[in-house]
Design a protein around this ligand. Structure first.
Ligand code: MN
Length: 488
């Protein structure tokens, strides 16, 4: 439990947090128009008449948007709404040319569900969802140094899902971990890149505190538009402390919208009250209801990509890996999928995960390479040769991996061409061991008199002379034997 929540509880209070997470879907075109869904292009180049809401134009729902929203709902065990309606949420803002946002008000496409949290010492195991709805994004207002504001409407009409949790999150860590898992899920499903710097995943938080035994929630404050896990954690922590401070002084907590400044670590009032707005929601007359059939939903369910939880179960329960290793392997979809393929081809999961999360990761980082550069079949052969003791880890890192990245040849061929296979010719190895011992008479004498630490030196010298190809265990056995004898 975080110190902050601990301290709050000792004073008899607890925090309640709800999140609204907007995820930009990576569809080809926008939600109601054929404009390309490419918000990052040259400003105002991806904007047609439907996006601008010109009179006489009619929106048409993009099927891909619904499909991706449903995939998210299925991944969170939500109930999928069969009859969907769209509504207009009216407000004026320069980057909203239509004067209203088309969204779902009464019939969100996914209802309920939950996201399980990953980690130790958490205040809760999962976070329940209120619903997930689809809606369109607004454009962007860009403020320049001359205090001018520029409008870019490329993003207007880009599809979003909004994931709304119940007010059920108990602390800032839990909120941040929830958000991280949401990002993993949407990436594994392939429905969004969820790049937070680009605003493809952004989060609003509703925060209140109340006495522990009080049923009714306290007065809530909303923090808008955070786009980093760290900001979410810090903003919520600051806000809980601020509210508790006001409570202790007997001051009223204003129900207001606040903004977080990452430079100061503080939230400040945006001077308007969201609750005062009247959005005049009404059903969108341009969009007919969308009815979803069981057959369609079942097909979608059957073809749905695997989510992080699936890989965690496979690695943890089927292959007996430790939580720590599982988390590292399930951070990214490519790694998880690649590693599962290895396991299914009979490599030793524990050895493979040590190699993956250790030397291999280091090597790929150094070379700015990725797993895509080593074909999965090559990796299977590589791991099996290492298991059999025919390839030494040090040799693989130094000579074989760089060659593998460049070549599609089989691991066996490359290892032979580069003469990297371990010396199974023990007479050759014996020769090296003898040479090394003969070249170090003083050390041998010292070892025989009890300076056993010198074993490391002998092993090192032998490994070096064998160019790393000798099996260290074998080397040690040979050294032990020979050091007992008078002659080498
Ligand atoms: Mn929204």
């Amino acid at each position: 439990m975080s110190d902050l929540i601990q301290a709050l509880r000792e004073k008899g209070y607890e925090a309640t947090i709800g999140l609204e997470v907007h995820v930009q879907l990576n569809t080809q075109s926008k939600i109601f128009a054929s404009d390309p869904n490419m918000p990052e292009s040259e400003p105002n180049t991806q904007v047609g008449v439907i996006t601008l809401g010109h009179p006489g134009t009619l929106p048409v729902l993009n099927k891909e948007v619904l499909e991706k929203a449903i995939l998210m709902g299925l991944a969170c065990d939500s109930t999928i709404t069969k009859e969907n309606h769209f509504a207009r949420k009216s407000y004026f803002y320069p980057d909203l040319p239509k004067g209203y946002q088309t969204t779902q008000d009464k019939t969100p496409i996914c209802v309920g569900g939950e996201v399980k949290l990953i980690g130790d010492n958490l205040l809760q195991e999962s976070i329940s969802l209120h619903h997930i709805h689809v809606e369109e994004d607004a454009g962007k207002s860009v403020h320049d140094e001359e205090h001018d504001t520029w409008i870019d409407l490329n993003r207007a009409g880009s599809p979003l899902i909004e994931i709304v949790t119940n007010p059920a999150i108990k602390g800032p860590n839990e909120a941040s971990i929830f958000l991280q898992e949401v990002r993993r899920i949407v990436r594994f499903l392939g429905i969004s890149e969820a790049n937070m710097e680009k605003g493809e995943l952004r989060c609003d938080a509703n925060i209140s505190i109340k006495p522990i035994n009080q049923e009714e929630l306290g007065r809530k404050v909303e923090i808008k538009n955070m786009n980093s896990f760290n900001h979410v954690r810090r903003a919520i922590s600051f806000e809980i402390e601020r509210q508790h401070g006001l409570e202790l002084k007997g001051e009223l907590i204003e129900e207001e919208t606040r903004t977080f400044d990452p430079n100061t670590g503080k939230t400040s009032s945006m001077r308007f009250k969201e609750t005062m707005n009247d959005y005049r929601y009404f059903p969108c007359p341009d969009l007919p209801p969308v009815l979803l059939e069981d057959e369609y939903l079942n097909e979608l369910k059957a073809s749905s990509p695997k989510i992080p939880a699936y890989y965690r179960t496979r690695f943890g329960q089927d292959y007996g890996l430790k939580d720590y290793d599982v988390q590292l392997l399930v951070e990214e979809k490519e790694t998880a999928h690649y590693f599962l393929t290895l396991c299914e081809h009979g490599v030793n999961p524990k050895k493979a995960s040590n190699w993956f999360n250790g030397p291999l990761k280091g090597f790929l980082n150094d070379k700015k390479a990725s797993l895509k550069d080593v074909e999965v079949n090559q990796m299977i052969d590589l791991l099996k040769l290492m298991e059999e003791g025919k390839l030494m880890s040090a040799v693989v890192q130094r000579d074989l991996l760089p060659a593998l990245i460049e070549s599609k040849k089989s691991v066996n061929t490359l290892a032979e061409e580069l003469n990297l296979l371990a010396e199974d010719d023990s007479s050759a190895l014996e020769g090296i061991v003898s040479e090394v011992l003969l070249s170090l008479p003083n050390e041998v004498e010292a070892y025989r008199k009890g300076k056993k630490k010198l074993m490391g030196l002998f092993i090192g010298k032998v490994m070096k002379r064998s160019r790393g190809k000798a099996n260290p265990k074998e080397v040690q056995i040979l050294l032990n034997q020979k050091l007992k004898w008078v002659d080498f």
